[in-house]
Structures are given as C-alpha cells and as structure tokens.
Design a protein. Structure first.
Lengths: 138, 138, 138, 138, 138, 138
C-alpha cells in the first residue's frame, strides 16, 4: 500500500483523502461529533495527523497503524481512539491476529492491564464487524 | 526476517537467543546490571518478553520493533528502554528514517513533548553508532 | 474575582466556602458520595485543595480553573473530575469558547486523543447545562 | 498467609493455584473472557504474574495486594483490574478500612482524582459484596 | 497582550512570529536541534502549535501559558518542555509567583511529586535567568 | 511499628515528627530545597502527606511504604521521590529484598521499563547506603 500525493493538493484535502482511506466512516463520525463544539479542531485533526503525518511517504499505512495501535494501547487512557485505530488497522490490511499480537506485546512495556483493556477493545471491534457483516449477508 | 523456534528449546534459551538477535549487546548490558540486585528479574526479562512474546510467529521482528518504539515514545517515561529499542529497530532492519517517522507520528497521540524527547533519544543513538563506526573504521 | 479570607476562618470552613464558590453543587455531590466510605477523605478534599490552595491570594479563580482544566485534560484519566471543573470554570467566569480553547491546546502537549476526550466531556457538560436551563425556563 | 510451592509444579499449574487463592472467581472470569480472542495471553497472565511473581516467597499475599492496589490506583487508567484486586485484597485478609487507607494515600502521589476514582471503585466492590452476601443470607 | 494576525500570513510565518514572541531563543534552540534529524518535524512544531493554536484569538498568551505550564507539570514526563514554557510564561507576563502558584496547584491533580519536580524545574529556570541578568549587569 | 499521636499536636508538628520518623534527612533536604522558591509548599508537604495521611492509625508505616514504593514505581516519572521512599522503606523496617520484590511486581501492572527503572533506583540507594556505612566504619 503506497501513498500517492497529488502535487497541489491542500493539506485539508489530502487529510480528508487519507482519513477516508484509513479510518473510513469512523473518522467521519469523529469529525461530525466536533462540528457543534470545536469545528476548527475537526479541521486540525484532519490537517495535521492525516494531511501532514500519515500522508508522508517514509512509512506505509500498515506500519503506521502498527505504531498507532501500540501507542494507544500503551497510553491506556484513549479507548475510543484505540477502537477507531483497530478498525483502521483492519482497513489497511492488518489481520485480526496481527492486531492481537501488537496489543499483547504492550503488556511488556505498559503492563498487563493496558494489554488486557486493549484486547477487550479489539474484541468489541471484531464482534461489531461480525454483526455488521452478518446483517449485510442476510 | 522470520523467527524459527527449535521444538524443545526452553523459554530461557529461546529468550536468550531472541534477545541477542534483537538487542545485541544492549540487552546483555541490562541483564548484567540486574545481576547483583535482582537476578531473577533478569531471567523473567529474558523469558517473558523475549522467550514468550517476541518469539511468537504472528509478527516479524520489524513489526514488533515498530510497535515497541511507538509504545515507549508514547509512554514518555522510559528513555533508557527507548534507546535500547531504537538500537534494536536498526538491528532488525528498520532504517533511521523509518524510526524517525514512527517517533514523529506519536506527536499525534501522546503530544509534541513525547515525540521531541523520542527524537532526541534517537539522535543520541544515531550519533553513538556513528562514533563507534568511525572508531572501527580507523 | 478576588478571594477574601476572614482572618480566623478554619481550613475546613474556608475550604467549604471556596468549594461552594467554585464548584457549587458538583463539589457537594462528591463530598456526599464519600460520606459512607471515606468521610475523612471528604474533609481532606475540602481542606487541602480548597482551604489551602484555591484560597491562596496569588492567582484568581479564573486562572486556577484554566490550570485545572488544562491539567486534567492532559492527564486524560480523570473524566469525572474534568467535568466538575468545566462546570467550575463556567462558574468562575470562563466562557464556553475559552474552555474549548484550553482543551484544544492540550492536543499539543498530551496528544489529540486527550484533547478529543476533553472536548467530548465539555460537550456533555454544556448540553447538560442547556437542558437544565431549558427546564428552568419552562 | 504463606505461599507453599510444590517442588515440581509447572509455572502454569502454580499460576492457576495462586490465581485461584488470590483472585477467586474474578481471575477466572478474565481468563475465560480471553479464550476466544487471545488464549495464549490468558496463559501468560497466569504464568508470569501469578506463576512467577505472586508465588515468590519474599513477600506475602497481603503485602503484594497492598502494592498492587496502590500501583493500580496511582496509574488511574485500569479500573477493571483495580476492582479485581480490591476483591483480591479482601480475599487475602486486608480489611475494607485498610484498602481505603491505601487508596487515600495515593492522593499524595498521583493526585486527588486518582484517589477519588479508586475510592469509588472500592465502594462498588464493597456494595457488590454486600448484595451477594445479602442474597446468600436469605 | 493581544494576538494580531496579518490576513495573508502563511501558517509557517505566523508560527515563527508567535514562537518568537512566546518562547524567544528557547524555541529557536529546539528548532535547530531538530535540523539534522527531523527538519520536517521542526516545521510541524512551528506550524501546528504556534501557527494554528497559540495564534488563535480566543485566549491570550498569558492564559495559554497558564494552561501549558499546568498541563506539562501534570504530565510529569516532559521536563525540558516545561522549562521552555516556564521561560515562555515569564516572557508573556506571568510573574515568578504566579508560575509557582500554578505548579503548586497541580499537587492536587497529579500528586506532590509532579508538583515538586515542577517547582525544581522553575527554580532552575529562575536561577539561570538571574545568572544571565547578573552577567549582563556587569 | 505503631503511630502514636499526642492529642493536641498541630498538623505541622505531627507532620514534622512523622516525616522525621519515616524519611529522616532525605525529607528535610526536600523541605530546605523548597525554602527559597515555595516555602508554603514545604509546609503543605509536611502537613497533608505526613500530618494527615501517614499519621493515620489504620495502616502502619511498613504497609504505607509498600504502597508508596509501588505507586511511585508504577507512575514511572518520579525518580527522586522514589529514591526518598526506598530510603524511607528501609527506615521503617522493609528489607532490601522486600523492596526489590515490590518493584519487580510492578512489571506486571506498569510494564518492565517501570520496574527496571525502579530497580536501578533501588540499586543506587543501596550502593549509597553501603558507601556511607563503609565511611562510618573507618
């Protein structure tokens, strides 16, 4: 998975494109939830993380999501964002087993509670995906 | 880079092998520093993180070091261990630029100070490597 | 807003007065919730933070609540206390927009997830205030 | 309370025995919740914390649970694990009052919000115990 | 102190101007230290925190530095950045006593160690300023 | 070791007595270091942690120091305070081996880096004690 960046794309446009490639609908939900309280922050959230950072050529989305899932699991106080990025990891090609490996590994660096809470977040995301897939299959 | 695990290797032997493949001398230095104060902890450090976790087949060393560098940068209170794993990342094939990308990305999740302190840790490790390489080249 | 301190007020009395000036009912709810499990802790909570610290003359309540909202947003693991102090901030004269500014700024120092979770806490507090105001207007 | 360790017990068996002595059913519930997502992690959770650490002779269970309750309260981002270890503390002989003392003391080191959230976790655990005891008394 | 923003200033130019108004030389030193390892990150550091956030009209520099000093003291793992912002606080008009008040207050929310380490950071910054002033007076 | 509390001792006097019983000279050094920057904070540090909390009858000093060493190791960002309380633990009767056990156990809850950094802090404190004892033996 490579990231191509049209030469004269604005940071906001590039961020929107990258956010949609990585986070899909989950990213959009966060952005709309900010609309009435901090619309400028929604723009910053698109521009800096996605327009500036994720769109950089030096690391592919897969590696970036490994880093993000690891970082958020280790921090241990950002459950909603961890769930969004477990989704994102699946979107950019990580398997469920790989995501579980990354989270388990954080037990070494941030302790068993951080890893356990990360695994239960993953369990929720996977179960939700199965429910949606089940509904769509009917 | 794949991880092969001899069928009847003990956790301790496997951990020693993996630690040496990943961390090289830096890992051994930590283990000796523990010898007089907590020798059993040195054994646990080899057995659980390296014998159990890093040796698992589901994720290669490169991906594991991306996760560890990200997690330690995000935590922001484990500078000595971050430096060991920046070394480890280089040992298992990450480039300096890739390591810099991972650390920069943590600014999004753990703030600019965590990323800055991570980048300065990387700068130290890279400079140390250059000094050693310079000396060996003479 | 200045803090006047009667000369011979006890720490507990001063703390109660300051807690009521700043936190209003939210502070009292915390104190009652402690009554059956740790009544002495309720007293410490009034005496040290409010009787000793908030009542000091060197900084007005407005500046103190800017500091507290910033600190609690950055810590990211104290949602109930952050909500109490978003209320407190409004009580001592911060506007909703100012509170949103303070929380947004913490994205720089503690990461986007900490700021996002802080903004959603503010959104809840503001919505609750509007509901109560709506009810009282009827 | 002393910890006796049969000479040729495996880490897993020892861990299961210790987990059951300390955590009772709460430990088992965590282990089963991991069964479908990360069964190996359930094994590590039994082997390292309980088979290796809690079973060491140098500190009794009572002292170990004081340490764990203090550590989890201070971290402030591991509410489910804190509740399990408040239960565990009661199981190994700590009184409710002693647990409240430990948590209160963390206000000094990790701030009042960490202590408050720890006290409310204890309140929930104690109330749950009373409900169960009340049901069993009927 | 108000923030005026020329209509067609780029984020980078605006960030440079604001960084220089707030952090003075300390900010420039950070930016140069990044030049050889992560020059793009130096740009992001100017653009997002200073070009986007600090330059927003809703909160003056004084209030922003109260928030930043509080947040960094509470986090407790960003000593170099805390020192830069204690300097910045003085630059934008906070008195030494006000900075001490902000840091002391964080004992309530992040514990006494965080506040103590913050106060010792302030002590270093104040002493350094006095030395420089003493030298310049000769 | 029991804590006796003269009936009409002030919080400050009680705190001074308890601080001296627990921390010995290390506590006094912290208090003097605050004298020129935040003398009131030195008083709060004596009054609340030592006058209010450590002097409470529900838990002896030994249990309180187990909790503090565990909490500070887990937080991982308060090395100076952890060293003071490793000293304090020895002062109130914990053995070096017990302190090592407490710190090792935190690997489970806060990760291996937190435990490693705690062990190296203990190693420094123990070595310093041996040096002083060696000098005094001559």
């Amino acid at each position: 998975m490579t990231q191509q960046m049209p030469a004269d794309e604005s940071r906001l446009d590039r961020g929107k494109r990258v956010l949609s490639e990585i986070d899909g609908e989950a990213g959009e939900r966060v952005v709309s939830a900010l609309a009435d309280i901090a619309p400028d922050f929604a723009r910053y959230l698109i521009e800096f993380p996605f327009g500036d950072i994720y769109s950089r050529p030096g690391l592919d989305y897969r590696a970036r999501e490994i880093a993000t899932i690891a970082g958020l699991t280790a921090l241990g106080n950002a459950a909603p964002q961890l769930k969004v990025h477990i989704e994102a990891g699946l979107n950019v090609g990580l398997t469920r087993d790989e995501i579980v490996e990354i989270i388990m590994q954080m037990a070494v660096y941030a302790g068993f509670p951080a890893a356990l809470n990360g695994l239960f977040a993953a369990k929720e995301v996977f179960a939700h995906r199965d429910t949606v897939a089940g509904r769509e299959a009917c």
